[in-house]
Design a protein around this ligand. Structure first.
Ligand code: ASP
Length: 488
């Protein structure tokens, strides 16, 4: 069993969908049952969200967005499927579009868009794309079954980014597939349902996660993520022109890199398959001959480097809680983290010096003002009695990280990293390294990110030898000896 997932750009139009079908026909030569997970037709999720938001502001323009969505899908049917086979799928598409319209009308009248309703609206992107894709396969006489992932993937009710109930999900998936016939199974990514049958979503980009959840439950031989780039790269190619494809990467390294800038796969994708050592293959729909990136267990020497990639997160704010009153007194960090957690603010980086004079926490910039308010409130007594100072907030910061399993027990990496940054005038505001030694992170100014990543890429990935074009005239005694030496 293989699981293949195709992202939004891979199914954005009829041309691309035809590419996907030829990739699937290739895959079918190896396996009898193939699970195909699809994203929405590229961009539709955003348009659905825009429609919902406009409706919630009682802006009638939401109707235009819905019209765009309907036309895009009806056009896709007309482009993909012969006229005599269109009627069934056209009426299904129309019916689904009417359902979206009904929900948005309710949002418009109530001027209210809950996370629950938003999930119902966005779920239609994947339902529509898979319905049309399945009809296309039918029209070609390719044996396939459309299966609603809401009947397979069970989640909690955290709308917008639901948590999967793996025990219940695995039970449903194995039960369904144990009696399934050979052929393709076309399944919408991104969506699930809670125990009351409400539609939930797995977070933006969550279709990758759907593929990996199904792959793990089915003990698939491979989970292939087909996208529009040829794999994970040593750095963001938008920032580093010499960035290279990473051919082999461990689960842990891929997890570290996917959390940072290398947004080729959705971070939660790695976890379900990792425990079963099922490989993930990242491939390019638009260049299927490229080798891609293989995420797996065997550590290859790869590029011979001790690091696998460099990445960054922008929009970081650094919060510093400091004061002499904290030194040697237990409980301050507990209260700080509890306050952040109660406000649902995610902590990206933690740092405390051994003097215990300050605790430094990195969070997303958008939460900085809220964090300041709640932390100053939590420590209001200590601030008043001058045990600690008011929270210091610094914005416009970024984290750059070098990632690699082989950094462990390999001295000199951090020296090399900070040496290169220092020589190039990049000021480091904070440093963090986990004891797994798989990631060294540095907090720097956003304005330094491009320079810092290029400097580090050059240091770790690009040869330090300079190419010299040598022209020799006459190969007498000296010249001959020189050429002989060069040959060694
Ligand atoms: N359609 C969803 C999104 O755009 C999920 C996905 O494509 O992976 O976020």
């Amino acid at each position: 069993m293989q699981v293949l997932k195709f992202g939004g750009s891979s199914v954005a139009n009829a041309n691309n969908i035809n590419r996907v079908i030829s990739i699937l026909q290739n895959a079918a030569q190896k396996d009898e049952q193939i699970v195909v997970v699809l994203s929405e037709f590229g961009g539709i999720t955003d348009t659905l969200i825009e429609a919902g938001n406009l409706a919630s502001m009682a802006d009638i323009l939401y109707e235009e967005k819905l019209l765009l969505i309907e036309h895009r899908h009806l056009d896709a049917v007309r482009d993909l499927i012969p006229i005599d086979k269109q009627s069934g799928v056209l009426s299904r598409v129309k019916k689904l579009c009417n359902e979206i319209e009904d929900i948005c009308k309710g949002v418009f009248l109530l001027k209210e868009l809950s996370a629950h309703t938003k999930d119902s609206i966005t779920s239609y992107g994947e339902i529509l794309s898979t319905q049309i894709f399945s009809a296309k396969l039918d029209s070609l006489g390719i044996n396939n079954t459309w299966k609603d992932s809401r009947q397979l993937i069970v989640t909690n009710s955290e709308f917008g980014r639901a948590t999967v109930d793996f025990a219940a999900t695995n039970r449903k998936v194995t039960e369904y597939f144990s009696s399934a016939k050979p052929g393709f199974f076309v399944i919408p990514g991104f969506i699930g349902s809670d125990k009351n049958g409400n539609t939930t979503t797995l977070g933006r980009g969550g279709s990758d996660y759907t593929a990996s959840i199904l792959g793990a439950a089915l003990k698939a031989s491979v989970v292939e993520i087909w996208t529009d780039v040829s794999g994970m790269m040593t750095a963001d190619p938008g920032l580093v022109s010499n960035a290279k494809i990473i051919q082999h990467i461990s689960y842990e390294e891929a997890m570290e890199l996917s959390h940072f800038g290398a947004k080729v796969i959705y971070p939660r994708t790695i976890q379900p398959v990792m425990s079963q050592t099922i490989p993930i293959l990242i491939k390019n729909t638009f260049s299927p001959g490229d080798e891609g990136t293989r995420v797996h267990n065997e550590i290859h020497n790869g590029n011979g480097n001790s690091i696998r990639g460099i990445s960054s997160i922008n929009n970081l704010a650094l919060l510093s809680l400091q004061g002499a009153g904290m030194v040697g007194i237990p409980g301050f960090s507990k209260r700080l983290f509890e306050a952040l957690s109660n406000a649902k603010i995610n902590v990206i980086l933690i740092n405390q010096s051994s003097s215990e004079y300050s605790i430094c926490v990195g969070i997303e910039s958008m939460f900085a003002d809220k964090a300041k308010e709640i932390i100053d409130d939590t420590f209001s007594y200590e601030i008043e009695t001058k045990k600690v100072e008011e929270l210091i907030v610094e914005k416009s910061l970024a984290i750059i990280a070098v990632v690699g399993d082989k950094m462990k027990n390999h001295p000199g990496i951090s020296g090399k990293m900070f040496g290169a940054l220092g020589r190039n005038g990049v000021n480091v505001r904070a440093i963090a390294q986990g004891s797994s030694e798989r990631n060294i992170s540095a907090v720097i100014a956003v304005s330094d990110v491009k320079k810092a990543i290029n400097v580090l890429h050059e240091e770790f990935f690009e040869t330090t030898y300079k190419q010299v074009n040598l022209f020799i005239t006459g190969t007498g005694n000296v010249g001959g000896k020189l050429l002989a030496q060069l040959q060694h």
